[in-house]
Write a protein that binds this ligand. Structure first.
Ligand code: ADE
Length: 232
């Protein structure tokens, strides 16, 4: 039986999903509140992880160990790194990389985690397809691309850093949890996908745009996730 772990870093990224779900059990673990129940007929555990890579990784491990989830979906917002992606548009992860993981002095590629041959963590093809189907259905006017998520413990709000990440990692958007969720899910052999709606352009306008657009963007992503759980 499938059980889908749904992670948002911030309350506004999971609030709409919690409202829609039928919650049968709440459990607090590592300071995170896990809401277990059903959403549109699917078994789900919805949780706000908190911001950043460490909390995101802890969150996935709890979903794996305590809830035995079969799939992981990360929903939220991100800064755009791609000129084709405007505020409100959506990125579905092809894969995820760390833009701040650097063991290059020891001969590793930028972003490469020692012990792995690949730099990127690849998302599950069936979850990517389900997300794209749902995007067409629930957000028909929203531009939705499959691409690379670039994660780091950093809010990107200047052009120089943005361009370094684009050049070095070919990311479509920047955020702060996706790759940690990808790494922890991969370590537990759990298929994952990351869904991120664009809240800002990850440049000098980001500090102004983010607070203005985060709520609407988070809602776009959550709408998509509420629909796609029925397809898993
Ligand atoms: N989440 C939303 N916008 C972001 C940005 N510009 N950098 C990192 N995380 C983000």
């Amino acid at each position: 039986m499938n059980k889908i772990g749904i992670i948002g870093a911030m309350e506004l990224e999971v609030a709409a999903l919690k409202e829609q779900m039928n919650c049968t059990r709440r459990l607090t673990c590592a300071g995170m509140e896990f809401w277990e129940g059903t959403l549109n007929g699917a078994n789900v555990v919805i949780v706000q992880s908190g911001i950043g890579k460490v909390l995101a990784g802890i969150c996935v491990q709890i979903l794996a160990d305590k809830f035995e989830v079969t799939h992981v979906i990360n929903t939220g917002v991100a800064g755009s790194l791609n000129a084709d992606l405007d505020i409100g548009d959506i990125v579905v992860s092809q894969d995820a990389v760390y833009h701040d993981f650097n063991v290059t002095p020891l001969g590793y590629a930028p972003g490469q985690v020692p012990g792995r041959s690949e730099v990127a963590f690849t998302a599950d093809p069936a979850l990517i397809s389900a997300a794209m189907e749902s995007c067409k259905r629930v957000n028909p006017d929203i531009h939705c691309l499959v691409g690379r998520i670039a994660s780091g413990d950093q809010f990107i709000s200047d052009k120089t850093t943005k361009e370094r990440i684009i050049r070095g990692f070919a990311g479509y958007c920047a955020e702060m949890e996706g790759c940690a969720i990808a790494q922890a899910a991969t370590a537990n052999s759990i298929p994952f996908v990351i869904i991120r709606a664009i809240s800002d352009k990850a440049d000098d306008s980001a500090e102004m745009d983010y607070p203005t657009f985060e709520k609407a963007a988070a809602h776009h992503s959550a709408l998509l996730v509420a629909d796609m759980v029925q397809r898993i």
